[in-house]
Design a protein. Sequence first.
Lengths: 222, 328
Amino acid sequence: MAAGGTRAKGRNTPLFDPELEHLPPEARWREWMNRVEAVIFAASQPVSRTDLARVVGRNCNIDLLIEDIREELRGRPYDLVKVAGGYQHRTRPAYADAIRTVSGAAERAVDLSQSEALVLMTIAYFQPITRSELSTFFGREISRDLIASLRNFGFIGFGPRSPKPGAPYTYVTTKAFLSHFGLETLRDLPDYEALEDAGLRSKDRALAGDLMQLKVEDEGGE
Amino acid sequence: MIPEEPKKPRRRRKPKPLPGPLEQPVAPAPAWLREAARAPATLEEASFVAGTALAALDQMVRRRQIWAGLWRQRLALAAAASTVRRMGRIENEEALRDALHLTRAGDSRGPAGEVLIAWRTIVRQPPGDCLTSDAIAAMFDRLGRRSRGAAETLAGKLDEQASRAAAISAVLDSFELALEHGSAPEAAPLISDLMLARAFGWERAVPLIAQEVARGGFSRPVAGEPEAVRTERRIKLLGAYARSALRAIDLSVELGRKAERLLEAAPQLRAKASGAVVEKLLTEDSLTASTHITGITRWGMHRIFERLISFGVLRELTGRSTFRIYGV
């Protein structure tokens, strides 16, 4: 569908000129900067470099272009940032309060409850992980509804199925998760390395305490 | 009573002809080379040892054995496991196999599964195709680093340097370049293995040094360091290539033997598509019964696998009684 759309667009606008050779270099650069910023401004999602490259000349260095744009935005309350493989306009954190005051309702759309946030972070650190493993982790049932709401936000998706009875799905985080929390990679999660050094990256080891208890109870029952 | 006519022997359906005759098994590497590759001290020694080991490997690759696919995939799996470990994750080879086989189409394989896919991609496509900026960007993406810019820069640098430097220097330098420009130190072994394959004119890359460089200070570029440090890095890399070439040869000896036994047992299989199954077993690291092969159902696959296991030429790799994964 998307490919078809692109092709159609290409056919309808054969006169679009990315190179701009008739302009003097400075004006050309200015025009490219404007185009890139306009494209990013108009998009609802982060815009990838491949897409940006389509509106500028072949030998244009996009990194320098972005740098120049950011330089111009220095005094503004918003900035051009790189998230999840693309560029996007983001307001500076200092103005979060002001925005929330006015558009509190809109912000609620991705307002995670505390338990949702906890489950999401657990999935991020220990993915791929099943719902029953999550339940063991928290020592209480993690409901399907909670998982479903995280899925509705687009933060988690289905991973490989776990080789256990019933072949439950595991859950993994998505690109939207990285984008929303402003992370480039999973390694940017806070204290990832510290967790690794403490030997707690292992799901099984982190679960071991509870699992041993379960085992003891089983034996006691017999 | 009419004497019964002697019963015609029931004509057995001939099994599908097996793929190609078996070639000479690979000779294991000499003991002196193994000893010398352990820790070469000088650049001369390291170059000589690496050259000898890589030449032996080159010969082996050029024979294009029918189990080369299996061999490459096993190496890719081991390389992916060490890459994953280096990224600070805890998945081992079994977990990677599970991620590969138990993910349904359209679902995510998870961060570790994607690393395995990155390695499997480079052993499936010609090395030249894997070194374009798009392919490198896709590789970074699979390694969990999304930076289109770095991929473009790296592809450009690699091309420029491949045309300038001699083949082996280009391979060694590509490791440095990947560390410097890649923003993904995990990509360095993939890149330099690809460069090696391209330099040697192999049709597919062979995953080599990932296991050797998984530890021991290979994560930092040394371009800005003094001469002695850079030489040290080259010696280490050459040593790593020598050892990993020997390891690859050892694996090929082992797999060659197993493949031979599989091919000997295969004519006893009577199912129609058993030729295709055996061929698939020799090109893939592992299969499940639901692997799609034309002309055979998953129950048929199960029977073939069970029979091959009873001949002792196939293994169930997971030790589970369900979700079984089979491999040579």
